[in-house]
Ligand binder design. Structure first.
Ligand code: GLN
Length: 311
């Protein structure tokens, strides 16, 4: 801007970055061995408004794997690709209160919701049902439209995840047993492992979140990425289940639909306002980024963004 002064929002994000860079509690995920190599000092915060401004502070261009932040986008894609009736007959929308990797299914032997691994694996199965061997490429391109650029896979994380993914395979076989997955389980799991290994940056995450906040129109590219139905239902399950067994606490305290990933990302989407993306690999016991949670709490309270406190 003409005066060379930083806009207040950027000054606020700078302060969050400086304050929370001092937080070093938590642990980098290492149950996928390759994730354990992440540099715990990396810390980036990006915020994209629905009029297309993108603010960035810190390590916003460092790639990391999307992991569970892929789940909302693949759920939205499944709704638009297979139709709501098919998707909603296979996957529930109730919070499970369980950790993300829980093997527990609901009373119909279906996943509780699309934000835990079981539900996300079911979504990958639905895309596989519709697109066969082209399923992963279809997902990669859709996620790229949310980000406004082509996204690639981190092959090392993919290999590591596939080599150690037996718990997710076990979930896949249970889902096939209850007919939620109709295809070959190892092909479906391959789609899931690859989708989790897509590389994004904090900036990409902010733009993807802003696209959710903007009823499915990417505010930077102007592209219509998903239908408003798919977006509003995706934001609904992010609200109730996006932060796993911290979801109730989260919506009470922060009040912004969000999704975390064990790669260290958090994406938060406040409808009709903004998308936030943060990256910091230290995770708390729920698998949520410690610094990312702090950033969202600070942003929500400083700007009074709780979604149930709007006029
Ligand atoms: N790929 C990871 C897994 O399936 C995703 C989990 C996550 O980010 N919470 O275990």
């Amino acid at each position: 801007n003409w005066a060379g002064a930083k806009p207040p929002l950027l000054r606020f994000l700078d302060r969050c970055h400086a304050d929370f860079a001092a937080e070093s509690g938590g642990a980098v995920a290492d149950y996928i061995p390759e994730l354990g190599k992440a540099d715990p000092d990396h810390f980036g915060i990006s915020l994209a408004t629905i009029d297309g401004h993108v603010y960035e502070v810190g390590d916003t261009r460092i790639p990391f794997t999307i992991q569970s932040m892929s789940k909302p986008f693949v759920f939205a894609l499944a709704l638009d690709t297979l139709g709501a009736a098919r998707v909603e007959s296979a996957i529930g929308v109730e919070p499970s209160g369980d950790p993300f990797n829980s093997i527990r299914l609901n009373s119909e032997n279906h996943p509780f919701n699309p934000m835990v691994n079981a539900g996300a694996i079911a979504c990958s199965g639905l895309i596989h049902e519709a697109k066969g061997g082209g399923a992963f490429e279809y997902i990669r391109q859709a996620l790229g439209r949310f980000a406004g650029r082509e996204l690639d896979v981190d092959e090392a994380v993919y290999a590591s995840e596939s080599a150690t993914g037996d718990r997710n395979r076990a979930i896949g076989y249970l889902l096939r047993n209850s007919d939620v997955i109709k295809d070959n389980v190892s092909e479906v799991l391959d789609v899931y492992f690859r989708q989790c290994s897509i590389q994004v940056t904090a900036r990409d995450t902010a733009v993807m979140a802003a696209t959710l906040a903007n009823r499915g129109i990417n505010p930077v590219t102007g592209e219509h990425v998903m239908t408003p139905y798919a977006i509003s239902r995706t934001l609904s399950v992010m609200t109730s289940s996006g932060m796993y067994d911290f979801a109730g606490e989260w919506i009470y305290r922060v009040g912004i639909p969000a999704k975390s990933g064990v790669g260290g990302g958090i994406l938060a989407a406040l409808p009709a306002r903004l998308g936030l993306g943060s990256y910091s690999p230290w995770l708390d016991k729920h698998g949520n980024s410690v610094r990312g949670v702090k950033v969202c709490e600070a942003l929500s309270s400083h700007y009074d963004l709780h979604m149930l406190n709007r006029s």
